[in-house]
Design a protein around this ligand. Structure first.
Ligand code: UDP
Length: 157
């Protein structure tokens, strides 16, 4: 594996197409509500504080990233959304939401995260079955089977 060492930016970026998890709770939406527009959220990457929700103004005030870096992060996170939804649609998987982190390498911001059922919510388009880490988080069982199902649909393996 070829890797690049990153100086991680302490902002977790969450992109949401359909309400679930903390967004559904915070805004009083039923899980599964389709958002009229894609929602972009930022969380301060700090375990001791429990990764609180923050906005662009907090990011600037805490000097976590420059406005230029945040613009790149915003457009890249949304580009990932378009690519992922197109990739998953033919295998009948809805991309509900996902989390991305970014870092700096030789002065340049680059995506520094995995994209997997651990960091995304994937629901079967027809049945709504959860094919992601919520199977573990919510004690739904068949965690491995769900991850294997995603692999099988994408690779035929
Ligand atoms: N997420 C993640 N790592 C985190 C927090 C969230 O990968 O530390 C992902 C999570 O898998 C989901 C999305 O970000 O796809 C939104 O998570 P949410 O805020 O709804 O929190 P949760 O309900 O997972 O606590």
């Amino acid at each position: 594996m070829i890797v690049k060492a990153l100086e991680i930016i302490k902002v977790e970026v969450v992109v949401r197409n359909i309400a679930a998890g903390s967004l559904a709770k915070r805004l009083g939406l039923a899980e599964g509500t389709v958002m009229a527009k894609t929602v972009l959220e930022y969380y301060y990457k700090d375990d001791a504080l429990g990764d609180p929700l923050i906005n662009a103004s907090h990011i600037a005030a805490l000097d976590l990233a420059t406005p230029e870096q945040m613009e790149f992060i915003r457009t890249t996170a949304l580009k990932v959304n378009d690519i992922m939804r197109e990739y998953l649609a033919p295998v009948n998987i809805d991309l509900i939401d996902y989390k991305l982190e970014f870092g700096i390498h030789k002065g340049q911001v680059i995506l520094g995260d995995e994209i997997s059922p651990d960091t995304c919510r994937f629901w079967d388009k027809n049945t709504g079955e959860k094919l992601d880490k919520d199977r573990f988080r919510r004690d739904l069982g068949n965690v491995e089977g769900a991850y294997q199902e995603v692999l099988r649909r994408l690779t035929g393996e």
